[in-house]
Write a protein that binds this ligand. Structure first.
Ligand code: DGY
Length: 315
C-alpha cells in the first residue's frame, strides 16, 4: 500500500475510506501544522493529502522529500499551494472540483436568507433570553424572492446557486470574463452595470492576486442602497474595512459570510455587527460532500500511481 500523510483529522467514515486504500498517517492531534511541519511529516511518504488550512509555498515545495510522488488537496480551492513550484518539481496535484458545489450552494442560500432575515439577531434574542414575544415591528428584514441576484464568478458553484435562486424567482445576473451559454442568466460585461443591478451580490470567484480585495469601497458604493453581500469564496476577495463600514452606515442592509481574510482570525467588527450573519467556513461541510471529496482524492492519487492522468488533476 502507498503511504500517505493527511494533514487534518477527517470525519470518521472518511478516515475509514482512506484507510481502505492507503497506509495512512494522520495528524492525530489535529493541530494546525506549519509548512515546515508538513514537510517533515512527508518524510518517507508517497503522497500528501493537504487541506486549505496548511500552505505549501515555493520554499516548502523545495523541501519536500524525494519519496513524495503526489499531492492531493482535500479542497476545490488551491490558493494554499504553489502550483508552479510543484509543477517544476514534477509533483502532480489532484483536487476535488464539482463534488462540493451543491453543498456550498446550499450554504450560500443559508447565508443569503440569514442576512436578509436577520437570523443572527433573531437567534440571539431567543438564546440570550431577551425575547418579549411577537411584535409587528420586530426584526423587519428584506425579502429575497424576486430580487436581482448578482453572481461574481459564475463557475460550477455559481451555477448551483443560480439554480436554487430561480426557485425564489430571483432574476439572475452574473459577471465573468466571458458570457456562458444562453439561459445561464443575464451576462454583464460591464462591472459597474453588474454591481448597480445586484440587490444581492454573491461572491463565488476563486482567490487570486487579481481578485484580492475585489469588493472594496469603490465597488460597494455602486451596489443599490440596502443591498446584501454574500461571500462563499475566500475572505481575501473582500476588503473587510469597506464592507463593515458600509453595513454600519446602512448602505448595505447586511451580509452573510462563510469565509474570512486571515482565517481563523476575523475582523473585530464582525464580532459586533449583528447584521452580518457569519459561519465558520463550513460551505462544504456535509458528510455526503466530505465522502465525495475523499473519493475524488483517492481515485486521483490511485490513477497517478498507476501512471494514468486523472480528470481532477490540477498540475
Ligand atoms: C474548498 O474546498 O476549497 C473549501 O473551501 C474547503 O477549504
Amino acid at each position: 500500500m502507498k503511504r500517505i500523510f493527511v494533514t487534518r483529522r477527517l470525519p470518521e467514515p472518511v478516515e475509514a475510506r482512506f484507510a481502505r486504500s492507503f497506509d495512512v498517517t494522520m495528524n492525530v492531534g489535529d493541530r494546525r501544522l506549519s509548512s515546515a511541519d508538513v514537510v517533515a511529516a512527508c518524510d518517507g511518504m508517497d503522497a500528501l493529502v493537504i487541506n486549505t488550512s496548511e500552505r505549501l509555498d515555493a520554499a516548502a515545495v523545495a523541501g519536500l522529500p524525494p519519496s513524495l510522488k503526489a499531492v492531493g488537496t482535500y479542497s476545490v480551492g488551491h490558493e494554499h499551494l504553489d502550483l508552479d513550484a510543484l509543477r517544476a518539481r514534477g509533483i502532480p496535484v489532484v483536487y476535488t472540483p464539482d463534488v462540493l458545489s451543491a453543498s456550498v450552494a446550499d450554504n450560500a442560500m443559508l447565508l443569503m436568507l440569514g442576512a436578509a432575515r436577520r437570523a443572527r439577531e433573531g437567534q440571539a434574542l431567543i438564546v440570550e433570553g431577551r425575547w418579549k414575544g411577537w411584535g409587528p415591528r420586530q426584526l423587519i428584514g428584506t425579502e429575497v424572492t424576486g430580487k436581482r441576484l448578482g453572481i461574481f464568478g459564475m463557475g460550477r458553484i455559481g451555477r448551483e446557486i443560480a439554480g436554487r435562486a430561480r426557485a425564489f424567482d430571483m432574476e439572475i445576473g452574473y459577471h465573468n470574463r466571458r458570457p456562458l451559454e444562453a439561459g445561464a442568466g443575464l451576462y454583464f460585461a460591464d462591472e459597474r452595470e453588474f454591481l448597480s443591478r445586484s440587490d444581492i451580490l454573491v461572491i463565488a470567484a476563486p482567490a487570486s492576486p487579481e481578485t484580492r480585495y475585489w469588493l472594496n469601497a469603490e465597488r460597494i458604493v455602486r451596489l443599490p442602497q440596502g443591498a446584501l453581500v454574500v461571500n462563499i469564496a475566500r475572505g481575501s476577495l473582500v476588503d473587510d474595512d469597506a464592507l463593515t463600514a458600509a453595513v454600519e452606515s446602512g448602505h448595505l442592509a447586511g451580509a452573510g459570510l462563510d469565509v474570512f481574510d486571515g482565517e481563523p482570525d476575523v475582523h473585530p467588527a464582525y464580532l459586533r455587527l449583528e447584521r452580518i450573519y457569519v459561519q465558520p467556513h463550513i460551505g462544504s461541510s456535509t458528510l455526503e460532500t466530505r465522502l465525495a471529496m475523499a473519493e475524488h482524492v483517492i481515485s486521483g492519487l490511485e490513477a497517478l500511481f498507476a501512471g494514468r492522468n486523472p480528470p481532477n488533476r490540477l498540475v
